[in-house]
Write a protein that binds this ligand. Structure first.
Ligand SMILES: Cc1ncc(COP(=O)(O)O)c(C=O)c1O
Length: 392
């Protein structure tokens, strides 16, 4: 190891620790689910993106075993050489149908989908206008692209319109937004964004990772909730949250757009195919959630119950109805302290503070799942109330 380089890395690690930004990874020794085991103790899990409660489900395990037997473990190939199975095409068809689009293209993560999209379809003659709170993968995707970059203030339509006016000389303008923003659980003003896009002849791209499978009347996502089906040019999303939670992502769009991505998207062309087991099980999940509304209904009942009980207990929560529920505490030490006290009580949640969220807006983020029982939710709220009292 080069000694000079070692010192540089060590200094950076110390700096991360001094600033209180070092992320410890808790080691879990059980399946993902409403209860998980850490250091031999069981915890109620309120911080997974396991919205529909499918991640550790027995049905998915059975499907996974069947898929492993039929398709084997790996493919050792990219899609265009010898890495396209019938089940990849089947999953792409199901995703496209579910999302209401002509076609879909699979990536090994949504991060990858976001890295692959902008650089492939936009050039230096174009402009991207991106919400300031967009997910890191969109920010990185935009960085890889030669188009001019513009950032609009979070969900600020006036600022967005200003940026659309400023970029009128460009060949193509693309507005990029999360469907649901993960720190707040707040939902993009997608109807208004689409109206502005129409007015200024711009494209719309939305990352719907925190909505696919459960938001909107039939769980299609933010486009369904906002009544803008067919008006968003590209939607990216993940299989790593509500849709079984393994990994993988996709882009849906028109037939031609998806064909172009297949021909030109570098991280699609030069990266291994989505693993057969994940592909087959996710395909099962797409059928399952299309035919069973029960997990979605249970999730929303749980969301309503938690939001009501936590408000009744005197906590300030964001107003939007979403399973991401940030409990706003303001002070960073309070948020961190409450999360670790809750952990001692058997409730696993995470405290977030600056720079992940703005200064003075520290919070404990709770994520509700269809897997939670009423009893779990009541226990969590009681623990919040008890621990908060010990702080004031
Ligand atoms: C909005 C958003 N987009 C993309 C991703 C990345 O998804 P994946 O885990 O499939 O790479 C995440 C994950 O945290 C996310 O929250």
């Amino acid at each position: 190891m080069n000694e000079d380089f070692k010192k540089i890395i060590e200094a950076q690690l110390s700096d991360i620790k001094e600033k209180g930004l070092f992320k410890e990874e808790r080691i879990i020794s059980s399946k993902q689910g409403r209860k998980i085991t850490v250091n031999g103790k069981e915890y109620l899990n309120f911080c997974a993106n396991n919205y529909l409660g499918l991640s550790g489900s027995e049905e998915l395990i059975t499907e996974g075993k069947k898929a492993l037997d039929k398709w084997g473990f790996g493919l050792s190939s990219v899609r265009f050489i010898c890495g396209t199975l019938e089940i990849h095409k089947e999953l792409e068809k199901k995703i496209a149908e579910f999302m209401g689009y002509e076609d879909a293209i699979l990536y090994t993560s949504c991060y990858d989908a976001n890295l692959g999209l902008f650089q492939t379809i936009l050039t230096d003659q174009d402009a991207i206008i991106s919400d300031e709170l967009n997910h890191a993968s969109m920010i990185d995707g935009v960085r890889l692209c030669k188009a001019e970059r513009h950032i609009f203030k979070h969900s600020d339509l006036q600022d967005l319109e200003e940026k659309l006016k400023q970029t009128q000389g460009k060949r193509i303008r693309m507005i990029a937004t999360d469907g649901v923003f993960s720190m707040e659980g707040d939902i993009a003003k997608i109807k208004e964004i689409c109206e502005l896009a129409e007015k200024y002849n711009a494209l719309v791209m939305m990352d719907d990772s925190h909505a696919t499978g459960f938001l909107g009347q039939t769980g299609r996502g933010t486009h369904e909730l906002g009544g803008v089906a067919g008006k968003i040019d590209f939607i990216t999303s993940t299989f790593g949250k509500a849709l079984g939670g393994a990994s993988g992502g996709f882009i849906v769009s028109s037939k031609e757009n998806v064909e172009f991505l297949r021909q030109r998207s570098r991280n699609y062309i030069f990266s291994n195919s989505l693993s057969p087991t994940i592909t087959a099980v996710t395909s099962f999940v797409m059928d399952y959630i299309s035919q069973n509304s029960e997990p979605r209904e249970r999730l929303w009942r749980n969301v309503k119950l938690f939001r009501q009980l936590i408000k009744d207990a005197g906590f300030e929560v964001s107003p939007q109805e979403h399973p991401i529920v940030p409990i706003m505490l303001g002070d960073a030490k309070l948020a961190k302290g409450m999360a670790s006290e809750l952990f001692k009580e058997g409730i696993y949640v995470i405290g977030f503070s600056y720079p992940v969220v703005p200064e003075g807006k520290a919070r404990v983020r709770v994520q509700i799942s269809a897997a939670h029982t009423e009893e779990d939710i009541k226990l969590a709220v009681e623990a919040f109330a008890k621990i908060y009292k010990s702080y004031i």
